[in-house]
Structure formats: C-alpha cells, structure tokens
Design a protein around this ligand. Structure first.
Ligand code: ADP
Ligand code: ZN
Length: 698
C-alpha cells in the first residue's frame, strides 16, 4: 500500500494540527508505512507516540498499542479522543460492561487504536476477538521492558515475541526512551525487527535549562524561584518522606499550592494528589522519587532537586518529566556536601555488598556533573554514552554564566588551600572546613589540628560558603579530589593562588540571566487569560488542561493573536476536531483582548512559516555525526548511501558547521602514512580543487 507524503502531511496538520515533524518522526513513520518493523529509541518529549498514531489513522485496519501502565494508557486514549480519533483501552481494571462495550467496538471495526496491557494481549481468550479483524500495526511502548538487561524487565513483555505468529501481517513498532546497545539488540531479536530498522535520536533535551546552586539558605532561595514561576506547574524532589512532608507543609503555610507525594501516603491520597496536579488544580508536587512514572502531563515547567539525587540516571529521568511540550523548562538542583556524605553513608550501610562499588561510582558521576565548570550537558550525555562536545549550549548555568559577573575570593581560597596543605592533604572538605571554622570536633582534636596556624582563621564564612568555595576551586582546577574518600590535594595551580600569582574569582548569582532564558515570549496577560479559559473548559469536560491544548499552543495564540477560525487553524496544535470543539471559545477570548488593546492578527500560515523543527538534512546528518554516530549508523538511520552521507557532511562544514576530527579520521580507510601524505598535500595545495591533489599523490 502506498501513502503519498501529501496524505501524511495532511493528517499531521488536519488531525494533530502540526505543521512539521519533529526530528526522526518522518523517517520512523515512513519506515512503518513501508511495512517495515521498526525500533525507535528517542528521548521523552520527542514525540514518539505520533510515530504510531499517525500511521494508525492512515492504515485501513486496527492498530494495537501495548502499554505497561494503566495511567499512561488512559492519558493516551484521552489525547486521541480529544483529537476525535476512535481509541479505547482494554485492561483488567475495567468493569465487565466496559470490556464488553470495547469488544463489540473491536468486532464492529469501529476503532482505529486499541491500547492494551501486555498480559491481556497474549491471552487466548482475548485473542479470540481478532479472528477476522485486520490488525495492521502493533506498537510496543516502553519496549525496554522486554529485555532482562533493561532496568525495568517485565516478564509479561517476554510473551510479546509470539505476536508475529498471531498477527503475521502486522508491522511491529517498538519504542522506548531508554535502551543501551544490549537492550536494543535484545528488543530487535525478540520482536524480529531487522537491526537496520533502528532509529536512535540524541538524548539531549535542548529545551531543559540545567542549573546547580549550593544548598544554603535553600528555603528562601526556593521561594524566590517559585515567585518567578508563579502559575506554573512544577515538581520538587526530596530525599525522604519526612523532607517531603515538611517542605509541602511549609509551602502550604506560606500560601503555595503544593501537595506531597510519597510511598507513605495511602493509595487514595496519592492518586488524589497526582490527579489534582495533572488537572492543574494544584501547582506543585513535593515528592520522593516515587512520583512521575505514570504521568504524561506535558506542561511541567520546572523540576527542583531540593536534595542531591543519587545517580545521573535518576536525575535525568526526573528532570525529563519537565518540558515535554518542547517549551523551555528549568531544572534546578541544590547541591551540598552534607547530602553527598549522607548518600555515601546510606550506600555503605544499605546497598547490597555487590552493588556498593557501582552505587558509589554512580554517585561520583552525579558529583562530576554538579562540579563541572564546563557545559553540564557534557558529563550528563557522556554518562549515557553519547559523545556530546558542542561548546556553549546556552541552556545551562555554566554556558550562560560565562557572561555573568564574579567576585574576588582570593583570600578565602588561600586560607582553604593552606588548611589542606597543613593538614597533610589526606582529608576531605568537611574536615578542612572544621579546621578553618575552629570546630571542637573529635577528629580535629585527635589529629592535633587545633594546633595548626590555620585553625579558626575562617570563621567569617559559614559551612556552606566554604563548601561552595571548595566546589569552585575543584571546578576551576585549583584543587584535586582523590577517590575513594574525596581527600583533597594541591596541584601546581594551587600554588599560584598560595603565592598570590593569580586571583580567584567566584561567579555571582545567575538567577537573572537564567530567568531571561525561560520567560514566555508572548503577551503575559493574554497567556494567563487563555490558561484560565483552558482550565474552565477542562473542568467542564473532565479532562486535564494540557489535553485541551498544550502550553505551546496557548503561547502561540498569545503571541500571534489569531482572530478568525482560519487563523486559529494555523496555530500549532489546533487540528480540525479541536478547532470545532474549542475554537469559538478561544477565539472570543483573543478577539475581546485584541480589540480592547488594538492588537492585529499576525498569524503566519502553517506552510509559510519558518520550520525550526524540520532542519535540512545536511544539518541533521552533521549533528548526528557530532553526537557520536558512525557513518555506518547514519547510513542505516537515514537510509542513504555512504557517498550521500559524505556529501551532506561536506555541506554541513561549508555551511559553517564543524565536525570532530578523530571520528572522521577513524572512518577513513587510509593507513596512517597515506593519511599524513594526503593531509600534507592538502595543506600545500589548498582544498579548493581536488585534481592537483590526485596528480601530486599519483
Ligand atoms: P514522548 O512519547 O516521546 O515522550 P509525546 O509523544 O508525549 O513524546 O510528545 C511530546 C509532545 O510533543 C506532546 O505534547 C506532543 O503533542 C508534541 N508533538 C508531537 N509531535 C509533534 C510535532 N510534529 N509538532 C509539534 N509538537 C509535537
Ligand atoms: Zn551548557
């Protein structure tokens, strides 16, 4: 069966209301529509669901979606129904009547999408429904659950390998946001997906603003932060249930709309709190790591880590819950040395002996992220095996901070470094701070450190300030930290400070610079009114607000002021069905506001507007190569020949992009000597034309 690109684009804009694809969506959809079973590994928020939802609408038969969690199924079904698509779910938690109703819809061929739990799909009794029903596509969400190598193995998923025999004509689509090489291989093997049908996207979430602050004066700082994010939804993660309860209480007392969420609450209470958050009835959830697994809320605008996370895996997953709609969202982490010690102690005491080393290594990676003075995306993405080296992401405190102000802290740096030196360079930061602050701790006395000349010379600063200084010293390379005990040691650069040959500068607050990055670029008053309208409609229809329209859609409205149905239809996220359902209400609100303020409609039509998402192919290929994909992988990924890949890379460089040298060199088939000869010839003769080079090298 052939599907023209017009049909695909028409469905994208008519049903979903989008004018262009996000990276990889088009390729994945084409692969599925060409009848190829496919695996897509794409990060949260990259629009994986659309990759099967759109084909489901074009294919004549039914699409079955396997999903591991009822809450996710529910969310997806609501999303689809809100677009006017015939979608239902089928799981053991439903009433008998509801199940019968769904089954009769299946047999009446009245559904396009059916969401089921994995254990349902392999039951013979359930499969009996499908004897003469055409199933064209089977999408397996969270496909990493199929692999025993994955972090979330589910035995029910193992049965899904049988689907190929049960529905031999159906195309299989596995999708996941987490999969190591091993897990990917496993998924492909289990589901008979050819290895060349894998699409792997970069895990860089460009719209997340990453920032780390020292954990001192934390509560007032948090209030400042929240004040800047009034009316926005966000999550605050704490380490223990008690912290969660205390912080949620405190925020409530101070007038914030906040609720707790942790495993100590009753199921009912937890569900209620989660539901209130999803429906924007409460703005902030204070939670332990338990929160967030089953939610799809797209308009989470910030994630705060009040306590230090124990690994980059948890951290990435938790911050990943924000900004699914693609709008800028802030991820703020408060880091402190005492949290680090607490976590180390917990690991030593509670982890399984075999896991201790790994857990400490994970914690160490977390600390490298916290301490880096380079772009935060580098340690984060590198930890997940992605070679990320682009300088200046513009969306982390360090990249933004480069432009920021700093203060001279040379005197304190000298004090700190001499305390390290005089105590023998075998102690960690806490002990050094105890010495500087003249502590009476046993460890100080036992080591006779109260006799040192530096004892008590740093009382002008509190512990957190000293910790922050130490963090900056290590970050800027003036001090070394030795594993496994984080003992501090001087290096050559330390002596420059001790000999007063160099100044030591500490960055000042980045808060204002950061705020500018995420401030909504639209009419604030209208944006708030539209949010209020969306909230009212969502309450009437008993739907979460983000399902009525996403934040991204409302912000477009508040920046283009569409004042006719025709204009409104041009807004991203406004498809035909939603236009019919909610168009009038939103139009009236915009018209009323625009006429009072004399604002004209400036909505561009969808196909004339700039398309940031649909990069040209050379840029995409250039970026893939930079993210560490090999030429081979790019050929497979993009379905093009080596020559064409190279041509695109050339264009990328000619267009001002730069490529990493080592991987290019590795990809070449030349020997070292030949390579050197070629390079020499190029530097001698230039690279404008190739023929002199050929002649010279014979
Ligand atoms: P994932 O499953 O990968 O986490 P989702 O499928 O939930 O991502 O999509 C994330 C967000 O992006 C959703 O709000 C979705 O509506 C939106 N989206 C998907 N495709 C597009 C597109 N082509 N253009 C604009 N927004 C899109
Ligand atoms: Zn950066």
């Amino acid at each position: 069966m052939r599907f023209s690109s017009e049909m695909i684009v028409q469905t994208l804009s008519g049903v979903f209301g989008y004018d262009s694809f996000l990276p990889a969506q088009e390729e994945v959809i084409s692969s599925l529509l060409a009848g190829k079973s496919t695996l897509a590994v794409m990060p949260t928020g990259s629009g994986k669901s659309l990759c099967y939802q759109l084909p489901a609408l074009l294919l004549p038969g039914l699409t079955i979606v396997v999903s591991p969690m009822i809450s996710l199924m529910k969310d997806q079904v609501m999303q689809m129904q809100a677009l006017g698509v015939k979608a239902e779910m089928h799981h053991s938690g439903m009433s008998f009547e509801d199940l019968i109703a769904v089954r009769s819809k299946i047999r009446a061929r009245a559904l396009k999408l059916l969401y089921v739990a994995p254990e349902t799909l392999t039951k013979d009794e359930f499969l009996g429904q499908f004897t003469d029903i055409e199933v064209d596509l089977i999408a397996i969400d969270e496909a990493h659950c199929i692999s025993t190598w994955g972090h979330d193995f589910r035995p029910e998923y193992r049965q899904l390998g049988r689907l190929k025999q049960i529905f031999p004509q159906a195309v299989c689509f596995a999708l996941t946001a987490t999969a190591t090489h091993r897990v990917r291989k496993d998924i492909c093997a289990q589901l008979a997906i050819p290895l060349e049908n894998q699409f792997i996207e970069s895990f860089n979430r460009k719209n997340l603003l990453l920032t780390v602050e020292p954990k001192r004066n934390t509560y007032p700082r948090l209030l400042n932060f929240l004040a800047a994010h009034a009316h926005e939804s966000g999550l605050i993660y704490c380490f223990t249930r008690k912290h969660v309860d205390d912080l949620a209480d405190r925020l409530q007392t101070d007038g914030y709309s906040a609720l707790p969420y942790h495993a100590g609450l009753s199921d009912i209470q937890r569900n209620q709190n989660q539901e209130a958050f999803i429906r924007d009835e409460v703005k902030i959830i204070v939670a332990t790591i338990a929160f967030g697994m089953g939610i799809n809320k797209s308009n989470i605008r910030f994630v705060v880590h009040y306590d230090l996370p124990r690994s980059l895996e948890t951290y990435y997953q938790e911050i990943g819950r924000s900004g699914r709609d693609g709008l800028p969202s802030v991820c703020l982490l408060f880091s402190s040395y005492s949290d680090l010690i607490t976590l180390q102690n917990i690991i030593q005491r509670k982890e399984h002996p075999e896991r201790i080393e790994v857990a400490l290594e994970q914690l160490n990676a977390m600390m490298n992220y916290v301490r880096t003075n380079g772009c935060r995306r580098i340690p984060l993405l590198n930890w997940f095996g992605e070679k990320y080296s682009t300088p200046g992401c513009g969306m982390c405190d360090n990249c933004i901070g480069e432009e920021g102000e700093s203060a001279d802290a040379s005197i304190q740096a000298q004090k700190f470094l001499s305390a390290v030196y005089r105590s023998g360079q075998i102690f960690a930061v806490n002990h050094i701070i105890d010495i500087l602050r003249g502590s009476r701790a046993g460890k100080v006395k036992d080591n006779n450190h109260d006799q040192l000349s530096v004892y008590g010379i740093g009382r002008e600063w509190n512990k957190e300030q000293w910790f922050c200084l130490c963090q900056q010293l290590t970050k800027q390379g003036f001090l070394e930290e030795q594993m496994p005990y984080f003992s501090l040691r001087l290096n050559e650069k330390s002596w420059q400070i001790l000999h007063k040959e160099t100044q030591f500068l500490m960055p000042k607050s980045l808060a204002s610079a950061l705020m500018d990055k995420t401030r909504a670029n639209c009419d604030q008053t209208l944006w708030e009114r539209l949010q209020a309208l969306r909230y009212r409609i969502s309450q009437e229809r008993n739907l979460p607000p983000y399902i009525v329209f996403s934040d991204a859609t409302l912000r477009e409205m508040a920046s283009f002021f569409p004042q006719s149905l025709e204009s409104l239809k041009q807004i991203s996220g406004v498809g035909e069905y939603k236009l019919k359902e909610y168009g009038r209400d939103f139009l009236e609100a915009i018209q009323a506001y625009a006429s009072i303020n004399g604002i004209i409609d400036s909505t561009p039509t969808k196909h004339t507007r700039e398309k940031p998402a649909a990069q040209n192919q050379s840029t995409r290929i250039g970026e893939l190569f930079k993210s560490g994909k090999s030429l081979q992988e790019i050929m497979i990924h993009s379905g093009i020949k080596l020559d064409t890949v190279l041509q695109h890379l050339c264009k990328y460089v000619q267009g001002g992009g730069s490529l990493p040298w080592e991987p290019l060199k590795q990809a070449s088939t030349l020997s070292e000597e030949d390579f050197a000869r070629v390079c020499a010839a190029f530097s001698e003769l230039g690279s404008d034309t190739i023929s002199p080079i050929y002649q010279k090298l014979n």
